[in-house]
Ligand binder design. Structure first.
Ligand code: FES
Length: 337
């Protein structure tokens, strides 16, 4: 993981919407092409499963959407967005886009990378969390990896990627499988049974609604493999965990290493807002601990991680933090800025 030095530096691109496909009543796929403006390489970098884009929409709205596909020449990427009629506007703005509209994109960035060469993969997609999982399945199918895919939806008509998964051909191989699970036909998915029967070396990737992720985390914690170790589990959230959102804030100091300046971050402030108010620029996008744009190296102090993207190992390293949402446990924290 690098911080605000390389991978998180702004990579904004002017783009155009080139194709919109309705996948279900409320899920559409958007193909986005980077514009050839004559002075920059008209292509996307970091095109890999698990990567997401920051999409800049009207009214200052920035949203993160995972890639599910991209063109071989790296000029076009595809995201799928579920329209949330009761949401806070991002998905509605996306669904108002038309072919030919111009939009600004930052990224892709990837905080949900596939472990290469695992002996076995278990992919669990819940609802619109399918997009990064489909990209992973597609990549692993091309590698002939051993993969079991579980696509969980409330009802079949919401399974926007079902035919695409079927076309990957996992069920034509003895050592891989694909299963569509519809709650209304099959009842609630039995995660206990699934995790208990996993090969001990299976690496689990999952993305979906928070209750599903919390259940999987709990079941994995309680069901070690036959070596009495926890299965390797990677997940991506749409929102930060409830327990993080409910934590109480206390004030602390943030020190800028290059200048020695020290600022107080009060209970109702974030490091990002305090830095911004004092003219210290840190790139940011979601301001909610979900995109990774603001990750910054920490030189001293204990981090109180509140984000939804760093892994447990990354958090335990105490080396970097999302300054838009995470705080300090110690009285002072020193940033490598
Ligand atoms: S700005 Fe998105 S994680 Fe901080």
């Amino acid at each position: 993981m690098s911080s605000n030095t390389a991978s998180n530096m702004p990579t904004k691109k002017n783009c155009r919407v080139t194709k919109i496909d309705a996948l279900t009543d409320n899920i559409s796929s958007f193909e986005i092409e980077v514009l050839d403006e004559g002075f920059d390489k008209p292509s996307f970098d970091n095109l890999e499963p698990g990567a997401h884009l920051d999409v800049y929409l009207d009214d200052g709205i920035i949203r993160q959407y995972s890639l599910w596909d991209w063109s071989d020449d790296k000029t076009k990427v595809s995201v799928a967005v579920k329209r949330e009629d009761q949401g806070n506007g991002g998905s509605l703005k996306m669904h108002q886009l038309k072919v030919g509209d111009l939009i600004v994109i930052d990224g892709p960035r990837n905080h949900f990378k596939l472990t290469p060469n695992a002996p076995h993969y278990t992919l669990i997609a819940g609802g619109i969390g399918v997009t990064p999982i489909f990209a992973m399945a597609s990549e692993l199918a091309s590698q002939n990896a051993k993969v079991d895919v579980y696509y969980l939806v409330q009802k079949e008509e919401l399974a926007a990627f079902a035919s695409r998964f079927e076309n990957l051909g996992f069920n034509q191989h003895d050592e891989s499988s694909y299963q569509l699970h519809c709650d209304d036909q099959n009842g609630m998915f039995d995660f206990d049974s699934l995790i208990k029967k996993l090969p001990s070396d299976s690496v689990i990737y999952t993305c979906g609604p928070e209750p599903m992720l919390n259940k999987i985390i709990e079941v994995v914690d309680n069901n070690p493999n036959d070596k009495n170790e926890k299965h390797e589990l990677h997940f991506e959230r749409f929102t930060i965990a409830t327990e993080e959102a409910e934590k109480e804030n206390s004030s602390f100091e943030v020190k800028i290493n290059s200048t020695g300046e020290i600022y107080t971050v009060n209970e109702d402030e974030t490091i990002l807002t305090v830095l911004s108010d004092n003219g210290v620029d840190v790139p940011s996008a979601c301001a909610a601990g979900l995109c990774g744009t603001c990750i910054t190296d920490v030189l001293e102090g204990d981090i109180d991680h509140r984000d939804g993207i760093l892994s447990d190992d990354e958090k335990a390293s105490n080396e970097y933090m999302c300054v838009c949402i995470s705080r300090a446990k110690s009285a002072q924290i020193t940033l490598d800025l």
